[in-house]
Design a binder for this molecule. Structure first.
Ligand code: FE2
Length: 466
């Protein structure tokens, strides 16, 4: 008999886990799903199997559960499965949690000391014929794209032995998947690994360097020629973890450090740019313009979820453009706010990743009192015209990160649909919704109805039908 989950904001409401895995053959649909929409939307998020061992629970550490919506001929088939990580399997066999938060040795059961504790809960990407569940502190986990069964850790033929970011970038021209990992030399170390997987799925490069300090680096920036590593002062410390304190802490006095490396260069060529402290979980896009590198990021004054003292507007992210001039002879960079609407989960038409782009999409939260991770408004920014479009959801509903799907493989940027899950608060269940990406203010053109909740999660991606 497993124990009840304790009272915690991130174990309540639609943050609470669902306890079942299921299949739904043909979901009821309202509206009309475009016939050209043919493929699968995968979404990933934390869904803890058992009540945590530590007295506090952090949203980021729940076991990954993948939700797949297969769309074909106007119909939707659904399946959800936990990722069978080592942690999941060991705890299922024991009937209770065995691992401490963030691998904390002080709260981990002796029977699993030193074992892999990845949760594979953050993103799910399709690259070179592999479906990978990603979480930034551990190896990718490969799933079967059809039945979601777990195939096991993906080491790229034994070449990768440590973590990979949950936010690799795929170059739409070369098909290369570029990634990094922080804490590359062990938990809370300043080592950073950089790697490239080519379009055929072979790991072709690994580089290693030291950041100025150990920090949580959730996402990074990639242009057609450079890679940018944002080292921001949300620092990690094993000493804090073993004292029973939160391992990650906000230390703004350390400032922001952005390392810029040529794609095909090596660590010795990294140039560090410096600025005032801020935090970024997510990058919308980055690209080159002559000697300049531009990056649009969702910037916080201070990180939410890690800093109990953070509150007010500074604890909410807004879209900010960072400009670095490689020829200006300076180690500073410019920041310009692009929009005053708070937001998270920025996405683009991924065919324009690493390239100049025009259309950005994100989730926004109008209600100040709502927890970070819960969003009630969908936003589209046309950065060409400066026009902002929004769709505010009905009271009590909440929307996930939007995923863009092009109408045709080579159509213009932004011509397609946005797919998201929506939690229907009054009905305690979720929908898959489809918007016309160029006209979100009219609301979804179609919705497929689940009878259960998809708990608030992180990221998803589309895999077009083969
Ligand atoms: Fe993320």
């Amino acid at each position: 008999m497993s124990l009840p989950f304790p009272a915690s904001p991130y174990l309540s409401g639609n943050f609470a886990p669902i306890l079942m895995e299921c299949d739904a053959h043909d979901l009821p649909v309202t509206g009309v799903l475009p016939r050209a929409l043919h493929g699968t939307l995968y979404r990933n998020g934390p869904n803890p199997q058992f009540a945590p061992r530590d007295p506090y629970y952090h949203w980021f550490i729940g076991d990954g559960m993948v939700h797949a919506f297969h769309i074909e001929d106007g119909r939707v088939r659904y399946r959800n499965r936990w990722v069978r990580t080592n942690k999941f399997k060991r705890e299922r066999a024991a009937g209770r949690a065995l691992f401490g938060s963030w691998g904390n040795p002080a709260t981990t059961d002796a029977s699993v000391a030193g074992e892999e504790n990845g949760v594979a809960n953050t993103n799910i990407v399709w690259h070179a014929g592999r479906l990978l569940a990603l979480e930034e502190a551990d190896l990718p986990v490969e799933l079967d794209a059809g039945n979601l069964s777990t195939r096991g850790d993906c080491t790229f033929g034994g070449k990768l032995s440590g973590a990979m970011t949950a936010h690799p970038k795929t170059d739409p021209v070369t098909g290369e998947m570029v990634f990094f990992a922080y804490a590359a030399d062990g938990r809370f170390t300043p080592g950073i690994r950089y790697g490239v997987v080519n379009g055929e799925g072979r790991l072709t490069r690994l580089e290693h360097f030291e950041a100025p300090f150990s920090s949580m680096i959730h996402d990074f920036m990639v242009t057609s020629r450079h890679v940018l590593f944002p080292v921001l002062p949300l620092t990690g410390s094993m000493a804090r973890a073993t004292r029973g304190e939160p391992a990650y802490s906000w230390e703004p006095q350390l400032g922001a450090h952005i390392g810029i490396m040529p794609h095909h260069g090596d660590a010795a060529q990294i140039r560090w740019f410096r600025g005032e402290a801020c935090y970024v979980f997510h990058v919308m896009n980055a690209w080159e313009d002559g000697s300049r590198i531009l990056a649009d990021v969702m910037q916080y004054d201070a990180p939410p979820l890690f800093n109990p003292n953070a509150s007010g507007p500074g604890s909410r992210a807004r879209l900010c453009r960072w400009t670095f001039d490689l020829d200006a002879g300076t180690d500073t960079f410019q920041r310009t706010w692009l929009d005053d609407m708070p937001g998270e989960f920025p996405r683009i038409d991924d065919r324009f990743a690493t390239l100049p782009y025009r259309h950005g999409y994100f989730a926004s939260r109008q209600q100040e009192e709502a927890l970070p991770g819960s969003y009630d408004t969908l936003v589209h920014l046309d950065l060409g015209t400066g026009r902002r479009s929004v769709h505010a959801l009905p009271q009590g509903d909440a929307i996930s990160e939007p995923v863009f799907v092009p109408r045709t493989p080579d159509g213009p940027e932004g011509d397609g649909w946005l797919l998201a899950t929506v939690f229907r608060g009054n009905e305690q269940r979720s929908d898959l919704v489809v918007y016309e990406a160029g006209d979100i203010s009219r609301g979804p053109i179609a919705a497929a109805h689940l009878s259960h909740r998809v708990p608030f999660g992180f990221h998803g991606n589309w895999r077009p039908a083969q």
